[in-house]
Ligand binder design. Structure first.
Ligand code: NAD
Length: 254
């Protein structure tokens, strides 16, 4: 998959992108694909390993996206280093597997803070930078859990439902300024997101993905492809959409 990342070489040429959660998994694939296709990229992550992505036209920022001032700083880096901000990808996310009866308030609030509140703060600051330009694109990484549920993921489903509704509402507020806001309802992808909650996260996702009609989990680049399209001018008529990319998981009745 990775050898194909430059197919649409000019897809986002000349644009400046900010990607959260860019140190690993889907966010890393997004940052590298947007960069390979001509964008300047600010890659933000709490994990210092994001520094390894540094290269001409790609600037890492190590930050906890939930902290006051983090969104302002990340947008300022884009503007200071590259002169503008055209694309925001709210990708960073965390999950916890706990029954509601076992969940602490701190568990709940941390999931909302990363998956929903930080996305709101980054949207707000990005839109402020984009309004004077009269253009921009925001892509939020939602989930099939924006709509569907199973036991132990209440905090996650609530946060991803919030992200989908943030997407739709902001889309209505922003389109008059030429800014498109959309989201992707991602299915199982082979990443390390479950590493803190199950023994072998990628193996769990691989097995869970077999339950989708497509019969497998995705590679991160398969999601990055959709982000690159939705962030580009090729997606000029997409506004407030939450596009499913889940191997058919949310279509099947059983
Ligand atoms: P991942 O764990 O590989 O990557 C998430 C990244 O976010 C990590 O690099 C992590 O350090 C970063 N991050 C977490 N908290 C942060 C914080 N407070 N500040 C800054 N960075 C922070 O996971 P992934 O699977 O690539 O997840 C990316 C997105 O895709 C998430 O929003 C996730 O909910 C969504 N998603 C993933 C799947 C899947 O099966 N992997 C399915 C549906 C949706």
């Amino acid at each position: 998959m990775t050898q194909n990342i430059a197919i649409h070489q000019d897809e986002v040429a000349g644009k400046v992108a900010l990607v959260t959660g860019a140190a690993s998994g889907i966010g890393r694939a997004i940052a590298l694909m947007l960069h390979a296709r001509g964008a300047k990229v600010v890659a933000e992550d709490i994990d210092g390993s994001v520094e390894a992505l540094a290269r001409p036209g790609l600037v890492p920022v190590v930050a906890d996206i939930t902290q006051d001032g983090a969104a302002e700083h990340a947008v300022a880096v884009a503007v200071d280093q590259f002169g503008r901000l055209d694309i925001l990808v709210n990708n960073a996310g965390i999950i916890i597997n706990k029954l509601v009866v076992d969940m602490t308030r701190a568990d709940w609030e941390r999931i909302q803070a990363v998956n929903a509140t930080a996305a709101f703060l980054h949207c707000r600051e990005a839109v402020k930078a984009m309004i004077p330009q009269k253009s921009g694109a925001i892509v939020n990484i939602a989930s099939y859990a924006s709509y569907f549920a199973f036991p132990t993921i209440a905090a996650y489903t609530a946060s991803k439902g919030a992200l989908a509704q943030l997407t739709r509402t902001l889309a209505l507020e922003a389109i008059g300024h030429g800014i498109r806001v959309n989201a992707i309802g991602v299915g199982d992808v082979l990443t390390n997101i479950l590493d803190d909650v199950v023994e072998d996260g990628p193996a769990f996702l691989a097995e869970h993905g077999q339950g989708a009609p497509i019969g497998r989990a995705a590679q991160p680049e398969e999601i990055a492809e959709i982000v690159a399209f939705m962030a580009s001018d090729r997606a000029s008529f997409m506004v407030g959409a939450v596009v499913m990319a889940d191997g058919g998981m949310t279509v099947t009745a059983g």
